[in-house]
Design a binder for this molecule. Structure first.
Ligand code: ACM
Length: 267
């Protein structure tokens, strides 16, 4: 089965939520089955304080941004995965939301917080989970989760065929690492990054763009540049997910968990 997936590369203005949301949704191509938007796509990235996060954070699914994503999904028949700032009581999460055309949503809360995010957000408290979407099974990661192979592996072991990866990448190796995550897990990955700069706190951040769609073979099916917003689109053959590496090598059958001894602290 084939589906059409898109990575929407944006250039949000900090705090201009309605304009950022509408600009991102306007870029989603018609006929797309699954669209991935960047991390914190509605707010921008560089918050100065937890109070500032709280002021822009929204409940999921009842907040205005998730409500808008669900309306868009229903109108267009497109599944949307987007990064946003979530408020859950006193807790604040850097989350990704899945909005389905039938009105159901799901949320993932970023597990591996990057740099000053540790002062701003609570670490994600939901296990890596797989969700039915666009006729297949997707998993969500947010940006710096790329650095932890366990995250993508957990999703692939749980049956994900497509990793949806809303991002605000600043380190140059993230897109290359996601090629490896696709190869080693035999999954597609869709990384939606942003471009532009923010200098609201002590360090100026430059977001690297390079949004991409990667096949389980490691082939980049679509890739954007570093300077402009844009849309990467690919028609993907879901049967390629999980395909053997050679006639005698299957990544799942060949694993030797008893030899790895991973799971605990570093010695
Ligand atoms: C990042 O995790 N936004 C770099």
């Amino acid at each position: 089965m084939h589906i059409t997936v898109a990575a929407i590369q944006t250039s949000p203005r900090f705090g201009e939520v309605t304009a950022n949301v509408e600009a991102a949704l306007a870029a989603v191509p018609p006929g797309c089955d699954l669209a991935v938007l960047p991390e914190l796509f509605s707010t921008g990235y560089q918050f100065r304080s937890r109070d500032e996060v709280r002021a822009l954070a929204e409940p999921v699914p009842d907040g205005p941004t998730t409500t808008r994503l669900l309306a868009f999904a229903a109108e267009r028949g497109t599944h949307v995965v987007a990064g946003l700032c979530e408020r859950a009581g006193e807790r604040l999460f850097n989350s990704a939301v899945l909005a389905r055309p039938d009105g159901r949503s799901a949320v993932y809360r970023k597990v591996h917080l990057f740099w000053d995010e540790k002062d701003l957000f609570d670490p994600g408290d939901l296990a890596f989970a797989v969700h039915e979407a666009a006729g297949t099974r997707i998993g969500m990661l947010v940006c710096f989760d790329w650095m932890f192979p366990e995250a993508a592996r957990a999703l692939a072991l749980a049956g994900a065929t497509v990793l949806c990866h809303p991002s605000n990448l600043v380190l140059p190796l993230g897109p290359d690492a996601m090629v490896t995550r696709s190869i080693e897990n035999r999954v597609f990955s869709v990384t939606a990054n942003r471009v532009g700069r923010e200098h609201r706190a002590r360090a100026e951040l430059s977001f690297i763009g390079l949004s991409q769609i990667v096949a389980p073979s490691g082939q980049r099916l679509a890739r954007l540049g570093s300077n402009e917003p844009g849309v990467a689109v690919a028609r993907i053959d879901l049967d390629e997910a999980g395909a053997p590496i050679t006639p005698r090598n299957d990544v799942w059958a060949d694993r030797r968990p008893e030899m790895y001894g991973v799971g605990g602290a570093r010695s």
